[in-house]
Design a protein around this ligand. Structure first.
Ligand code: SAH
Length: 246
């Protein structure tokens, strides 16, 4: 069975959107993955078809109703009982390559896209929904976040990309940023490609790439570097902390 994505949204017309182009689009047309959208509004029960209401306790904006969301989630689960259900929210666990890889290895994913002020909190426990963030900034809706999540999964599916690109060199796969890349021309506006990369000496190239990946990670992403160093220092049998804290 190919990887099946179901997106629960108020804006189904946003899909496949950019995922209809390039490699993901070709893979979609070739059946390497499938996409279904579910209009959350179809599960509203009142005559105004309302999906949201004012926040309990007061404040600006509107909140997506748990009962309407639950009906949409139940519908999606019935069709695809094995796929995990994820809600896109800045309050969620930050998405990382390890989670992307495990999702891509599974049967697919059901993604709940928020709007307005977000979701009634009770939906998460009430329907076992995993909360996922794509970063520390606020989007206007979960659709873009869902596209990001799906793109990251789809490129890992068998046959979607050339073997080279899904390899273990990529940033984050090793817990480090990738080394810098160059291509011809050798001299561009007086800036040249590092000599070692033109040496043909594979051991030296490998050493340079590793050193660059390490120093770039240390300088640009001290958070990743600390985790990487921590993982190296910890004994292999040592307890792993899932939430990333120590
Ligand atoms: N009031 C909320 C933000 C709502 S933004 C808060 O402060 O936490 C509206 C919707 O956009 C959210 O429900 C979510 O689905 C989506 N969204 C916004 N930023 C996001 C992010 N960083 N990651 C994932 N989804 C996000």
């Amino acid at each position: 069975m190919p990887f099946a994505a179901t997106v629960l949204t108020l804006y189904p017309e946003m899909f496949p959107g950019p995922l209809g182009a390039s490699l993901a689009g070709r893979a979609l047309r070739e059946g390497a993955w499938s996409l279904d959208t579910v209009q959350i509004r179809d599960f509203a029960t009142d005559r105004h078809r309302s999906v949201d209401d004012t926040p309990a306790g007061g404040g600006a904006g509107m909140v997506l109703r748990a009962d309407v969301l639950a009906a949409a989630v139940d519908h999606a689960r019935e069709r695809q009982p094995d796929a995990p259900v994820l809600a896109m929210t800045p309050r969620g666990r930050p998405l990382d390559q390890a989670r992307v890889r495990s999702l891509a290895e599974g049967p697919g994913v059901t993604v709940l896209c928020g709007r307005f002020e977000g979701f009634d909190e009770r939906i998460f426990e009430g329907r076992q929904v995993e909360q996922v963030s794509i970063g520390d900034y606020i989007l206007s809706g979960g659709e873009m976040a869902a596209l990001v999540l799906l793109d990251a999964c789809i490129r890992l599916l068998p046959g979607v990309m050339g073997a080279a690109s899904s390899g273990m060199d990529e940033s984050f796969e090793t817990g480090l940023l990738e080394y810098p890349q160059y291509t011809r021309p050798v001299d561009w506006e007086g800036r040249t490609i590092p000599e070692v990369l033109r040496s043909g000496d594979h051991a030296r190239i490998e050493a340079w790439r590793r050193a660059s990946a390490e120093s770039d990670t240390r300088l640009r992403r001290p958070d990743l570097w600390e985790r990487h160093e921590g993982a190296r220092a910890r004994p292999p049998s040592g307890a792993r902390h899932e939430n990333g804290t120590k």
